[in-house]
Design a protein. Structure first.
Length: 248
């Protein structure tokens, strides 16, 4: 059977190749070909790899994170715009307190809501800590009746961090190293199945071999992917991705 450098296939290509390989064998009656046991093991490993790959690509928590991130952005922006409006208040004390809180916010940057996930979480934690512990800032929060806003900001930020850590754990289960190890397991099952077909084909004493059809079909599939690899240029590889990498 024709060979292919499996390690050169990117994750999506690799997964599609082994699934196509399996589908072709399935159409040729693996039980009759006496390869059922190795075929079942191959499919089991493919299913495990696909589950890891899908987990690495997307998590249901990602959408929840987007909602929570927008929620905390709305809260911090709402507080900021309110305080900015109060810097024009006709009462000197209110102007002073508004500027006091704005100055404190500006210590952490002018666009907190635009920070990346981790940076925004840390920044909001520090900001809220200031507002809950520094007497002058506590008084200013009370002056503008912003306690509810601060509570909403804190709750959204804490919920975001909890969800983010949970998603990170999921991604850890489907890390590049984990996927690489699973690909190696699929490789082992693939080669065992392929070699079994080759061996049975060679043992046929009276032609035609019942394995000739499936071998021809599998070779046609492999040739397509080999052609893909031959046409690939170094510049076609995204920055930071080695062609042999398990990252997609």
């Amino acid at each position: 059977m024709n060979a292919i450098e499996l390690k050169l296939l990117r994750n999506a290509e690799y997964l599609q190749y082994v699934k196509d390989f399996s589908a072709i064998i399935n159409l040729n009656n693996p039980v009759q070909l006496e390869i059922e046991a190795k075929f079942i093991l191959f499919n089991t490993k493919i299913t495990e790899l696909e589950a890891l790959y899908k987990k690495a690509l997307a998590s249901e928590k990602t959408q929840e994170l987007l909602v929570l991130d927008e929620r905390r952005d709305v809260a911090i922006n709402g507080i900021g715009y309110f305080l900015l409006s109060q810097t024009y208040h006709f009462e000197t004390a209110k102007r002073h307190n508004a500027q006091l809180l704005l100055d404190n916010m500006n210590l952490y940057g002018s666009s907190i809501a635009r920070l990346n996930y981790q940076a925004e979480t840390s920044t909001l934690n520090n900001l809220i800590r200031d507002w809950e512990n520094i007497p002058g800032l506590i008084a200013a929060i009370t002056e503008f009746n912003l306690t509810g806003w601060v509570a909403e900001l804190k709750a959204a930020n804490e919920e975001f961090n909890t969800k983010y850590l949970s998603r990170t754990q999921e991604y850890g289960d489907a890390s590049p190293d984990t996927i690489k190890l699973k690909r190696e397991e699929v490789n082992a099952a693939y080669y065992a199945l392929r070699d079994r077909i080759d061996a049975l084909h060679l043992l046929v004493e009276t032609p035609p071999s019942p394995y000739a059809t499936v071998i021809n079909q599998l070779n046609a599939l492999t040739d397509q992917y080999n052609s893909l690899l031959l046409k690939r240029k170094p510049e076609d590889t995204p920055a930071g991705e080695n062609p042999q990498s398990t990252d997609e």
